[in-house]
Design a protein around this ligand. Structure first.
Ligand code: EPU
Length: 421
């Protein structure tokens, strides 16, 4: 298994370009199953998660071609309605297949995704939405079976204990596109990744209103067509570079960033004495005089502070002069990074779904284990700030969400080595 050895105590310095958004691209890839025409997607990040989703789509019968330079061409002339366990188990986002299969084939048999280290991650809201659309839904032998022969538009409140659901919203939007009549989704996820999916679907001929709002209205259409769509930049990758720059007191030009997607992060960072210079789609940060302050942050669905930056903010808070409280409302158990940060000298305790972080204890390099994608990003930032060398094991987690991470870090002056252990 690959591990990353990183020399710490470095100030990031240079230019880095943010890749396309993983979480926008995953449902956008499956949207190609909605039509028999050619779909071209651009600015697709080079990530194991996307390559895996491409394999799943191919296994369902589509022809998939990676044309290089972030451009993928997918055509699903004929597709099967069965997504077996072997395909689905490695990729939670494959639950997004339900929407397109229901819409195009009126039938789906998709293996249920298994557990996940960041929480239980049920799909009850996806199924509630599909049932509201007049689908017969049953679970048998680990599979979700859907008979959508009587698919019909409906009013759906798509919320649960933790608020809205991102992939659930993607699924119900895609399922309802060709349903008879009108569908209104209330408490729809407002994440930019859902808005980007909707823009792509509109280009395919979908009739969608209320994009980026919690109330999305869809009028069923007869057929969808092919599309040429460029995916938005990854706001979580951008946020990770911003936090890493501040944590290392660096000077970095971050290219291809949509600052409107990161308002909650900029709000948290507003008194850090960093210079943020926005230039069209780029951001120059001078954090050489950064004063890292303690925070009191709660993660919640967009536009609030994203759970996908919680772990990285935990690391930054280890460097603050004071006590921070970071509360996780989306995935209350998503704190696997804490135990590893403790091994690097951090002082963090957990009170239920909150992390209490006593800042200003110096971090020192250590061997640590990545448990999931964002936890690995938190360990990476810690390794950059720590005295001495760190080894991050199971780095494949990081590769799931950060395109060309080794090259990007090297171009910012980081000394690192990928080793097989
Ligand atoms: N939930 C339910 N029932 C459901 C669906 C969700 O109770 O049917 C709960 C979840 O357990 C969680 C909350 O609702 O507590 C939000 O879950 P959501 O469905 O929004 O998450 P998701 O769609 O499975 C996406 C991202 C995650 C990101 C979350 C939250 C993709 C492929 N994944 O997951 O990204 O953390 O939204 O923003 O879009 C990551 O990139 O590292 C990652 C985990």
């Amino acid at each position: 298994m690959d591990a990353l050895k990183i020399k710490g105590d470095v100030k990031l310095n240079g230019t880095v370009k943010v890749s396309g958004s993983k979480n926008a691209c995953l449902p956008i890839f499956v949207s190609a199953l909605l039509t028999d025409e050619v779909c071209v997607f651009r600015n697709v990040p080079d990530l194991s998660d996307l390559r895996y989703m491409a394999e799943i789509i191919e296994a369902l019968g589509a022809s998939v071609c990676n044309e290089g330079n972030g451009t993928w061409r997918i055509q699903a002339k004929e597709i099967s309605t069965l997504a077996p366990y072997d395909l689905v188990r490695k990729m939670r986002a494959s639950v997004c297949l339900l929407g397109p299969l229901v819409s195009r084939k009126r039938k789906a048999r998709v293996s249920l995704p298994g557990g996940c280290v960041i929480g239980a991650r049920p799909i009850d809201l996806h199924l509630k939405g599909l049932r509201a659309l007049n689908c017969d839904v049953s679970i048998e032998g680990g599979y979700v079976n859907i008979d959508a022969s009587r698919l019909k538009g409906a009013n759906i409140f798509l919320g649960g204990r933790h608020g809205s659901t991102v992939t659930g919203t993607a699924n119900i939007i895609m399922a309802s596109l060709c349903a008879e009549g009108e569908t209104i989704i209330e408490n729809a996820a407002c994440e930019p990744e859902i808005a980007d999916l909707c823009l792509c679907l509109q280009k395919m001929g979908a009739d969608i209103e209320g994009i980026s709002s919690p109330t999305i209205k869809i009028r069923g259409v007869k057929k969808l067509r092919g599309v040429d769509h460029t995916v938005i930049p990854d706001r979580i990758e951008a946020g990770t570079w911003i936090i890493a720059t501040i944590a290392t007191k660096g000077k970095v030009l971050i290219k291809s960033i949509d600052k409107s997607h990161l308002s909650s992060l900029f709000d948290v960072l507003k008194n850090t004495n960093c210079k943020f210079d926005f230039r069209a789609e780029d951001l120059y940060i001078d954090a050489s005089e950064a004063k890292i302050l303690p925070v009191d942050v709660v993660t919640m669905p967009y536009p609030n502070f994203p759970t996908d930056l919680q772990a990285q903010l935990c690391t930054l808070s280890c460097l603050a002069g004071g006590i921070s409280i970071i509360t996780e409302r989306v995935y209350p158990e998503r704190f696997m990074h804490i135990a590893e940060l403790l091994r690097m000298g951090a002082d963090i305790s957990r009170e239920g779904s909150s992390a209490i972080i006593k800042g200003a204890t110096p971090l020192s390099g250590a061997e640590v284990m990545a448990s999931d994608l964002r936890a690995s990003a938190a360990l990476l930032i810690a390794a950059l700030c720590a005295r001495g060398e760190s080894t991050i094991h199971r780095i494949y987690h990081l590769d799931r969400g950060y395109d060309s991470i080794d090259e990007k870090l090297k171009s910012l002056g980081v000394e690192l080595k990928r080793v097989k252990i």
